[in-house]
Design a binder for this molecule. Structure first.
Ligand code: ATP
Ligand code: MG
Length: 567
């Protein structure tokens, strides 16, 4: 069924148009395809990162905008590195980001039999041959960018001999690496990818899906485009490093009886400052214990970002702001932070939490009593209403909110000064208690009962407003503060080793935080604002007795500032 172009055009009218969406729109307008089909093709050899997020937003996003569909395809052609754990994690991450492949979940390995049959087809057409050269020899024979390659001595084997050898490769008659199947294209081509690329290698490795059924596996280049064609993919979108592979992609499609004719288009991959986005390097961070796992909140993986408390909507917003181009660039991490703050500012409930507690005793508040005070849940959203927060004689405030000898612009608590406790009362510090070493251990204050709710009936003004938690009701918690995993904008750019730029202070654990009681019930994964501190997400390490929170991000937006300055 052909979709009416008007419907599609209307649906996408207000969407940002990038060059890929332009191409798709043209194909829709010309009626080239009945339906737009894209695919997101992760190799299950690691967890997805934010770069994959960009790719998903493009593939799933564009398909939806044109009423098409996007397949989730696992590119599982290299069993030595692929694992079921990664397949499961990838599916969870795609769903979390808000995308749905419906019934269209595929595995390149589902096509192994067809791919094998097509390899025989190429042999019969004298367009592929079995080569006995070793991997090293093949590399030498391939030539360089400036020198043409040399024909392998086995290049002109007969069809029968090739067919026989290839069948024996499949039957396990040769050692791993002893022979390969190569396409017979052009050893003098200016494009090295066309110098008789390898299509099959012998590899005895247990495959997560096909088990030990195969001892030969297709290469990525051979499996990928053919899987696209089998699935009926119309637009095969990949990153720029595959641009030079496109002639091979097209050659294979043209020389095989594939059921459809997909086209490959390339866009620039996402690079992000102060982190790495390559599975090889992320794997190294995990394996060598530089982080606690793939979902460590410092990792740029979707699982890590989710655990850190980033909302999926903020990531989609980020993807739409960076757009899709062919220009390689490094995106400033501050832009991602900006998208996260923007989202959380609108949606995150406000709560009070004291991260570095200092005891305050309100001397004129009756002992043993307490009361509930009304606090606004989110000033950005009236519908979120209010909650009651307990108040009593003993409170926790932030240690940094008190100074005995304050500098000029310090407006918070000091001896003799009156400040506001948010949603509660005005209090004045009347005494400072210290230990033998002179450290402040407790403040004594008086409160003004007439200022309930945080306003003075006589119009008396105070300059400081502090957050606080009632000591009798507080929930003890652990809070984990994170900084960038790397100190350099482009980790490893100078020395070649990212570990030279690793930030040794990227995690700071605060073990004695005091939270208002409502925070004890935060759902795992929910992100809230701790007033005056930032956004924090409840971590899966939480127990009912002792919540653990991850700092998602602080409150200060450096990106907005830079933009205002025109920087
Ligand atoms: P890595 O370089 O991290 O190993 P990859 O390309 O090998 O990544 P795949 O699992 O093959 O990882 O990627 C799945 C899809 O995601 C591919 O289409 C790939 O082009 C895309 N992709 C991977 N990294 C990025 C990125 N940084 N920006 C945009 N798209 C990406
Ligand atoms: Mg890849």
């Amino acid at each position: 069924m052909t979709k009416a172009p008007e419907t599609s055009a209307a649906a996408i009218e207000n969407k940002p148009r990038d060059f890929i969406r332009e191409i798709i729109a043209d194909d829709v307008a010309s009626g080239r395809h009945d339906e737009i089909v894209t695919r997101f093709p992760p190799e299950p050899n690691g967890y997805l990162h934010i770069g994959h997020g960009k790719s998903m937003c493009l593939n799933f996003g564009a398909a939806a905008e044109f009423q098409g569909r996007c397949h989730l395809r696992f590119d599982d052609t290299n069993p030595t590195k692929e694992e079921q754990e990664f397949i499961n994690a990838i599916e969870a991450d795609v769903r979390w980001l808000g995308f749905n492949w419906g019934k269209h979940r595929y595995f390149a390995s589902d096509n192994f039999e067809q791919l094998y049959a097509w390899a025989e087809h190429l042999i019969i057409e004298a367009k592929a041959y079995v080569d006995d050269l070793s991997a090293d020899q093949i590399r030498v024979y391939r030539g360089t960018l400036t020198e043409p390659g040399k024909d392998s001595p086995h290049r002109n084997r007969s069809v029968d001999e090739n067919l026989d050898l290839f069948r024996r490769m499949r039957a396990g008659k040769f050692e791993d690496g002893a022979r390969v199947l190569r396409a017979k294209i052009d050893m003098a081509s200016g494009n090295i990818n066309l110098r008789d690329p390898v299509l099959y290698r012998i590899m005895r490795a247990h495959h997560p899906r096909t088990g030990d059924a195969w001892c030969i596996y297709p290469t990525y280049d051979y499996a990928h485009g053919q899987s696209d064609a089998i699935e009926g993919v119309t637009h095969s979108l990949c990153t720029l490093e595959f641009e030079d592979h496109r002639p091979l992609y097209d050659w294979l499609i043209e020389n095989l009886p594939t059921p459809s004719r997909p086209r490959q288009y390339e866009f620039s991959r996402l690079n992000l400052s102060y982190t790495v986005l390559s599975k090889r390097r992320l794997t190294q961070l995990v394996k060598d214990g530089h982080v606690s796992g793939w979902d460590d909140p410092r990792m740029p993986t979707l699982a890590g970002l989710r655990r850190r408390g980033l909302p999926a909507a903020a990531l989609r917003d980020f993807a739409s702001r960076i757009g899709v181009t062919k220009n390689d660039s490094v995106v400033d991490m501050a832009l991602l932070d900006h998208c996260v703050r923007d989202n959380l500012n609108k949606l995150a409930p406000r709560r009070m939490a004291v991260l570095d507690p200092l005891k305050v005793v309100i001397e004129n508040y009756p002992e043993g009593e307490s009361e509930e005070l009304e606090a606004v849940n989110n000033p950005e959203c009236d519908a979120d209403g209010t909650r009651m927060v307990p108040f009593g004689r003993e409170l926790w405030i932030e240690r940094a909110d008190f100074m005995e000898e304050p500098p000029k612009k310090f407006f918070r608590l000091t001896p003799g000064r009156e400040v506001r406790l948010r949603y509660a009362y005005y209090v004045t510090c009347i005494d400072v208690i210290k230990d033998a070493r002179g450290n402040v251990t407790e403040l004594r204050c008086n409160y003004d009962p007439a200022t309930k709710g945080g306003n003075s009936p006589d119009g008396r003004k105070v300059k400081g407003t502090l957050h606080w938690v009632s000591a009798a009701h507080a929930v003890g918690a652990e809070v984990r503060l994170y900084e960038n995993l790397f100190t350099a904008e482009m980790p490893g750019a100078e020395s070649g080793d990212m570990l030279d730029d690793i930030n040794s202070c990227s995690l700071d654990v605060l073990a004695n935080c005091q939270l208002e009681p409502a925070l004890g019930k935060t759902a795992i994964g929910e992100t809230v604002q701790f007033e005056r501190q930032g956004y924090f997400a409840a971590d899966p390490d939480s127990t009912p007795e002792r919540p653990v929170f991850n700092r998602t991000i602080g409150l200060r937006d450096t990106w907005a500032k830079v933009q205002k300055k025109g920087g």
